[in-house]
Design a protein around this ligand. Structure first.
Ligand code: GLY
Length: 366
């Protein structure tokens, strides 16, 4: 089946007008039985920007004011995160590019620009000079994670590139480039797959080991991690034009495409056993966004792969009915969690971004 992506975008808009109306004030992470939860009391949670990002994408495409006001509400609520150091981590790009970044792009809000700058300063402050990496999660203050970096962080570097441009100050961009240079060496395996977590000695900067993270096993290929790297290195290329980043994105994409199952539906990990059949549709949606951007740089092959994956999601894993809050089904946060094959908000965000890219209605937030 081939889809008219403009028509799919219209269906998303129709659905989300209803979903937004019945979820005013909520910041969803997951949907259980088609109903969003609310993370407003867990305000630092790393996914808290994605619902606003989806709303801003639809506002950019259709200009419905209800999308804008709901997104602004979440952006305002996220100000509380700035007051809690322990709630800040490497995912500042996800939180504020989807909220303040989108608002600034679409409305020119000075308050939003200020939030971007504050968030970028915190992210840049996580840079470890010996190892040349941005530190991932916090710990209790015992330093046990002081040397940890994760592939997901590649998706947060655009916050640094964007703020450098806003301030005409190269410091943020320099930090992003040093992190990306390290990630290219420390995370990429010879076959084009990526580790999730790399641990460095935080004092000397020496690479110590990798950890299995959210995938199936230590040396396996967690699909969402591959997708973060694929899209993340593509974005670093777009912002810097450093050819090594494009070459790295190409290697990751080629390996990813080789391993897509015949069904075009995504396992949580390319190396997981056939049973249980845990899936992660979010990995597909993120990879599709990266492949579309890569196709603009490297050609048709990547667009075909993107359209095949998006078609499979649209045919088999999407809910467009207004009664259900989520769009994507069969999403999984981590292979070894007790919760699998559910609905997660960043799946809906990246699915929507991908559809809007293919009908030229996207607001580029990265
Ligand atoms: N950034 C964490 C995840 O992808 O689950």
């Amino acid at each position: 089946m081939s889809f008219n992506w403009g028509e799919i975008a219209d269906r998303i808009r129709e659905k989300e007008l209803s979903v937004a109306a019945r979820n005013i004030g909520r910041i969803p992470y997951r949907a259980i039985d088609g109903r969003f939860d609310d993370q407003s009391e867990n305000i630092s949670w790393w996914t808290n920007g994605f619902w606003a990002g989806l709303l801003w994408q639809l506002y950019g495409a259709y200009r419905d004011d209800s999308f804008r006001t709901a997104a602004e509400d979440i952006e305002n609520k996220l100000d509380r995160v700035f007051l809690n150091h322990w709630g800040m981590d490497h995912d500042s790009g996800f939180r504020w590019l989807m909220t303040a970044g989108a608002d600034f792009r679409l409305t020119g809000s000075e308050a939003s620009k200020n939030r971007l700058i504050v968030a970028a300063n915190d992210l840049a402050g996580r840079f470890n000079h010996a190892g040349r990496f941005i530190r991932a999660w916090n710990d209790s203050g015992d330093g046990s994670r002081a040397g940890w970096a994760i592939i997901d962080c590649m998706m947060n570097l655009p916050l640094l590139y964007i703020v450098s441009d806003l301030l005409n100050d190269p410091r943020f961009r320099q930090t992003a480039i040093l992190h990306a240079d390290t990630a290219m060496i420390a995370f990429l395996r010879p076959d084009g797959s990526l580790c999730h977590i790399v641990e460095f000695d935080p004092s000397t900067g020496a690479r110590l080991r990798s950890h299995g993270g959210q995938g199936y096993a230590h040396a396996s290929s967690w699909t969402r991690g591959q997708a973060w790297g694929l899209y993340g290195f593509t974005l670093s290329y777009i912002h810097t034009k450093k050819p090594e980043y494009l070459e790295t994105a190409r290697k990751i994409a080629d390996r990813f495409i080789e391993r897509i199952p015949e069904s075009r539906l995504m396992p949580v990990d390319f190396d997981q056993p056939p049973e249980p059949d845990y899936e992660d549709s979010t990995a597909s949606a993120i990879a599709v966004c990266g492949l579309i951007e890569l196709s603009k740089l490297l050609g048709e092959k990547y667009l075909s792969a993107a359209e095949e994956l998006l078609t499979a999601l649209t045919e088999n894993r999407c809910r467009f009915d207004r009664g259900c809050d989520n769009i994507l089904e069969k999403c999984t946060a981590a292979y070894h969690d007790s919760w699998h094959n559910g609905a997660i908000i960043y799946g809906d965000y990246f699915y929507t971004e991908a559809v809007l890219k293919l009908c030229s209605r996207e607001t580029f937030l990265w």
